[in-house]
Ligand binder design. Structure first.
Ligand code: NDP
Length: 297
């Protein structure tokens, strides 16, 4: 079998198009321009790239982008004061604090100081609780992107066996909640899981979010299963230089799977697209307007 490639880049473009349509409608019919504030503390090079890309895509879909760049030694009090100001600002519908934060700042405290209704990353403890209890919440962007691709590929996920490898708060756990919400039978695997290969072999859906290059080989995959590879790992090329690979060994998995997301070009592009989707959703909710269909969980 040769797997269908789930093209995250193309799918993300469709999501952005949908978001842009809703933004235009909000502007034309209600005079509302959704706004996303991104807060970056310090000068981590990878974070700077992400923040630039988020700002650019925000503007491209017609929303307002507000970037707040703070020095690496910014005090917790100053950061919390900025978040308080953004929480109160009616022009700001989504707030994202770029992680990781410098060590002297308490990440949990900072994230939980964001108004849950503006928490477009879905990391606030209220949103985690709402998602866990099957209520309307802001959903973390990466798992939301995975869910959208799975729904698009399969239609209904009901009754499917899903294995999520990884139990982080930003990917593994919310991913498992979303799959459970769509009536999958869900197993969460992690570094202490016994006989991971056997666990993965049972799965109709495998979501790998580990951070270990090419850890999942093709012979762990049930023939015809769908493989969603969240991992982004930079490895050395034998001829020099580097390249990006996922947590799954692409060629051997693609030879067995029914469908697979590539790295790069799979889950990655969906993450920012879902951030934009969450921002337009937040803007609709803030104004008691109908939410866009197909952009939430
Ligand atoms: P974390 O490091 O927070 O979590 C990794 C998880 O993998 C942990 O639960 C860990 O288990 C588990 N794990 C580690 N080793 C093994 C093993 N040998 N067998 C089984 N499980 C194992 O990572 P994240 O969830 O933040 O990210 C995972 C990957 O996804 C990374 O490559 C990251 O770059 C990528 N990523 C991609 C995004 C995108 O936009 N595409 C967004 C976010 C992340 P334990 O809990 O027991 O330690």
């Amino acid at each position: 079998m040769t797997a269908t490639v789930i093209d995250g880049k193309a799918f993300a473009a469709l999501v952005r198009e949908k978001v842009a349509g809703h933004v235009a409608r909000l502007k034309d019919e209600h005079g509302i321009t959704p706004g996303l504030a991104v807060v970056l503390v310090g000068e981590d090079p990878a974070s700077q790239v992400y923040v630039r890309s988020k700002g650019k895509q925000t503007v491209e879909v017609g929303m307002n982008s507000y970037e707040h760049k703070l020095d690496a030694d910014t005090s917790e009090a100053d950061l919390l004061a900025l978040i308080d100001q953004l929480n109160k600002d009616p022009a700001v519908h989504g707030i994202l604090v770029q992680l990781p934060l410098p060590k002297h700042l308490d990440e949990d405290l900072v994230i939980n100081s964001i108004d849950p209704a503006k928490d477009v990353d879905g990391f606030h403890i209220s949103n985690v609780g709402l998602l866990g209890t099957g209520q309307k919440s802001m959903v973390p962007c990466t798992p939301l992107g995975c869910l959208m691709m799975l729904r698009d590929h399969h239609g209904s996920l009901s009754g499917m066996d899903a294995v999520v490898i990884g139990r982080s708060n930003i990917v593994g756990k919310p991913m498992a909640q979303l799959l459970l919400g769509d009536s999958c039978t869900v197993t969460i695997a992690h570094s202490r899981t016994k006989d991971l290969a056997e666990v993965v072999r049972r799965a109709d859906i495998v979501v790998a979010a580990v951070g270990r290059p090419e850890m999942v080989p093709g012979d762990w995959i049930k023939p015809g299963a769908t493989v969603i590879d969240v991992g982004i790992n930079r490895i050395d090329k034998p001829e020099g230089g580097t390249r990006l690979v996922g947590d799954c060994h692409y060629d051997s998995c693609a030879a067995v799977a029914g469908a697979i997301t590539p790295v790069p070009g799979g889950v990655g592009p969906m993450t920012i697209a879902c951030l934009l989707a969450n921002t337009v959703t937040a803007a609709c909710r803030a104004n008691s307007l109908t939410e866009p269909e197909g952009l939430t969980a």
